[in-house]
Design a protein around this ligand. Structure first.
Ligand code: FES
Length: 109
């Protein structure tokens, strides 16, 4: 179970993030909110979700690592499609995002 936390940086001394549109999606059945311009993983990270999946053999938790689509540490099931690199996949309204625990089976705890 995940408890939502807002870790998004809204006030920065140099960068101006503006007022971006909210993007609703679900994560393992929970209603979540990202911002326009987020990837799936950045929206989850901003909400305090750091475990994006589990290694199919070792079952160790996996999360953000390279953040550029090279390492496969952020694979998740998105709209029923497994093995989506969520660090580079743009967040879209209504996306159904699920934890990936093996080579592509949805999280059905
Ligand atoms: S964090 Fe490396 S591919 Fe997504």
């Amino acid at each position: 179970m995940h408890e939502s936390t807002d870790l998004r940086i809204s006030d920065h001394p140099i960068l101006d993030f503006g007022n971006k549109e909210d993007i609703p999606f679900t994560f393992d059945g929970h209603a979540m909110m990202g911002k326009e311009g987020d990837t799936i993983a950045s929206a989850l990270h901003a909400a305090g979700v750091k475990i994006l999946g589990y290694h199919f053999k070792t079952k160790r938790p996996r999360g953000y690592y390279c953040a550029i689509g090279n390492c496969s540490s952020c694979l998740m099931i998105v709209n029923g499609r497994a093995n989506v690199r969520t660090c580079t996949e743009p967040l879209k309204a209504g996306m159904v995002v699920e934890t990936q625990r093996d080579r592509g089976t949805p999280d059905v705890l």
